[in-house]
Design a binder for this molecule. Structure first.
Ligand SMILES: [Zn+2]
Length: 266
């Protein structure tokens, strides 16, 4: 079996150089401010096309993380409508740079809302979006009204979107910190998620500064948080998908995290 591809979330200006600095064959980037509704931007001096060619030549796979503020599940029109627009814009730009996928958080509904509305809004968002690259729905850590924190909700999202045109372009991104802090047993999470989605396309391998089921989303470097080190490695091994570290620090810290993980993956 070939070794798992492991990389990190990096600055988007020169992601290929960032990949080289980490000895990584994949990197994840934001296309602009993750907290803003402004559309995506490509900072690479040569633009999207140059970045695409550079990545291909270097053999580096690019993944894009959509802005955190995207919430296609919400019943609030003033958030859902711009979220859908921003999602399409990010899919389009991700396609231009040749990205393998666009990671999007599951989002949430408001406290007073019926969660069914959120599941159906996900279905509508998939229907309405031209998925030029796969969209990878990521599990999140906190909140009681989240669409993708607990397994039962993830199952309902999947059930809802399974009837949507474009469903074959939807995948899953499993974040280990979010799973742990969200209260999902890491001992079984790969099997549990796969039983629902049939797939894990990407792993966000992060240790957690907080305890199990805390609902907090604070990543830390591998082996330095509250997740059992062997369990963290086992999740990555069992998921058997490309890995992105979203851990603190730069090239030095990420290189150390990659080495930590490789050592335990065997
Ligand atoms: Zn993540």
């Amino acid at each position: 079996m070939s070794p798992l591809a492991i990389g990190a979330h990096v600055d988007q200006t020169d992601p290929i150089d960032e990949a080289r600095a980490r000895g990584a064959s994949l990197v994840q980037i934001f296309l602009g401010d993750p907290q803003s509704y402004k559309g995506p931007v490509v900072n690479h001096p040569g633009g999207a096309q140059a970045l695409r060619e550079e990545a291909e030549q270097a053999g580096v796979d690019l993944y894009v993380h959509a802005p955190y503020i995207i919430n296609v599940a919400t019943t609030n029109n003033r958030i859902r409508i711009p979220s859908r627009k921003l999602l399409q814009q990010h899919v389009d730009t991700a396609a231009e740079i040749g990205a393998k996928g666009l990671v999007v958080h599951g989002g949430h509904v408001n406290a007073a809302d019926d969660p069914e509305k959120g599941f159906d809004n996900w279905r509508k968002a998939i229907e309405a979006t031209d998925l030029k690259v796969p969209v990878l729905i990521e599990n999140t850590a906190g909140g009681e009204h989240a669409m993708a924190r607990h397994l039962d909700r993830i199952a309902r999202v999947w059930e809802a979107i399974s009837t949507a045109e474009g469903f074959d372009r939807v995948g899953f991104c499993l974040d280990t910190c979010h799973a742990h802090a969200g209260g999902n047993a890491l001992e079984t999470v790969v099997a549990d998620v796969t039983a629902i989605t049939g797939r894990i396309d990407l792993v966000h391998c992060n240790d957690s500064r907080d305890e199990f089921d805390s609902g907090a989303d604070r990543h830390t470097n591998c082996g330095q948080g509250r997740i059992d080190p062997e369990l963290l490695a086992a999740v990555v091994r069992d998921a058997n998908a490309p890995v992105v570290l979203e851990t603190p620090g730069g090239a030095a810290e990420h290189t150390a995290d990659i080495a930590w993980l490789r050592e335990r993956l065997g």
